[in-house]
Ligand binder design. Structure first.
Ligand SMILES: *Cc1c(COP(=O)(O)O)cnc(C)c1O
Length: 346
């Protein structure tokens, strides 16, 4: 069941809203005991990489696109570090409207670029960073009357709240800690709003502490200073000037949470642990969550036995180059059983 069907009664849709559905949402919440035991917590991972275009962006895109169609938009436009464009392009193809995506040139993971192109979007590589591409997209949308489907689009954040609703339904309560990577800071804001909704509906009593991790080279919220030239291997959170920064600060302070930073090396180490001890392959930005938990554990700041949810925002297959740079090469042999047995005994 897609997000608009599962949560239609809680979302701003009417009988005039087209029924858009790629069966997004309802993603697995998986308990990772091997990793959780090492950290001394009950660890759960929300696998947002299982969405149809491979990231959580689909949760918000489905409503943004339905509303754009309802309003008679001629086309969709977005700026993207990759996953927004993949998602927008997928929904545009599904409903049959043109889609234009602006990408910071040379800084987009290969899988995401392949997605935007194969879904048939017009891809424009901007010689600049994400923040500059966003400004351009905004202006073009205004002049040409296209629907802008970046997270400045209010419907995206509203519909992304469904992630928190699903977690509460699965656990029967809110977690103690909600840990999430932060780029433009829309998702952390949406999850916080979603948890508060669920409490207001009296379906749960408590609320989680919201812990947002940024990469050291792109950490405006964690450090309180701007990053005009953000740099990190985690391209999905390579953002210097977060669109939803104020909402995110509010989520963190209201919940008694915090922002933290992790280095690229810590992110890559966490990616290998998630895959090798969890059986879950997530893209680098997503792995900032586990990297951050490991850092908190080392600083003796992770409460023993806490129920912790990490949001694994995107699928590892989106960025195979980064993963391959972390692991060994396959063992090569000829076609004899002798060589195989020798290789197996290594
Ligand atoms: C978009 C994205 C993020 C960042 O989410 P924000 O809402 O911009 O903070 C993190 N991880 C992945 C995989 C993403 O695609």
């Amino acid at each position: 069941m897609g997000v608009l069907k599962r949560y239609g009664a809680q979302l701003p849709i009417s009988n005039k809203t087209p029924d858009v559905n790629l069966e997004e949402g309802s993603t697995p919440l998986v308990r990772l005991d091997r990793i959780g035991n090492d950290l001394g917590v009950e660890l759960w991972a929300k696998l947002e990489g299982c969405n149809p275009s491979g990231s959580f962006k689909d949760r918000g895109m489905v409503l943004a696109v339905a509303k754009a169609l309802e309003d008679g938009a001629r086309a969709l436009v977005c700026a993207s570090t990759g996953n927004t464009s993949a998602s927008a392009a997928a929904y545009a193809a599904h409903v049959g409207v043109p889609c234009y995506v602006l990408l910071p040139s040379g800084k987009v993971a290969m899988g995401k670029l392949a997605q935007a192109l194969i879904y048939g979007a017009k891809v424009i590589a901007v010689d600049g960073n994400f923040d500059q591409a966003l400004e351009l997209a905004r202006e073009a949308a205004e002049r040409l009357d296209f629907a802008m489907v970046n997270s400045v689009n209010q419907y995206r954040l509203i519909s992304q709240k469904t992630g928190a609703w699903e977690i509460c339904e699965s656990l029967g309560r809110a977690p103690d800690l909600h840990v999430i990577p932060v780029g433009n800071a829309g998702n952390i804001s949406a999850y916080w709003a979603g948890y508060k909704d669920f409490r207001a509906w009296r379906k749960i009593s408590g609320l989680p502490r919201m812990i947002g991790f940024q990469a050291e080279g792109a950490a405006p919220l964690a450090t309180g200073r701007p990053f005009p030239n953000p740099e990190t291997i985690a391209t999905a959170i390579r953002i210097g000037n977060p669109v939803s920064g104020e909402l995110a600060k509010n989520a963190v302070s209201e919940s008694g949470g915090e922002f933290g930073t992790v280095s690229d090396d810590e992110i890559l180490e966490a990616q290998v642990i998630l895959a090798g001890k969890g059986g879950v392959f997530a893209e680098p930005a997503s792995c900032a969550t586990l990297a951050g938990l490991i850092k908190l554990k080392r600083a003796n700041r992770l409460p023993d036995g806490a129920k912790v949810v990490i949001v694994l925002t995107g699928n590892g297959l989106k960025d195979p180059d980064t993963a391959l740079s972390q692991v060994g090469k396959p063992v090569r042999i000829g076609s004899s059983i002798g060589e195989l047995l020798e290789a197996l005994s290594l």
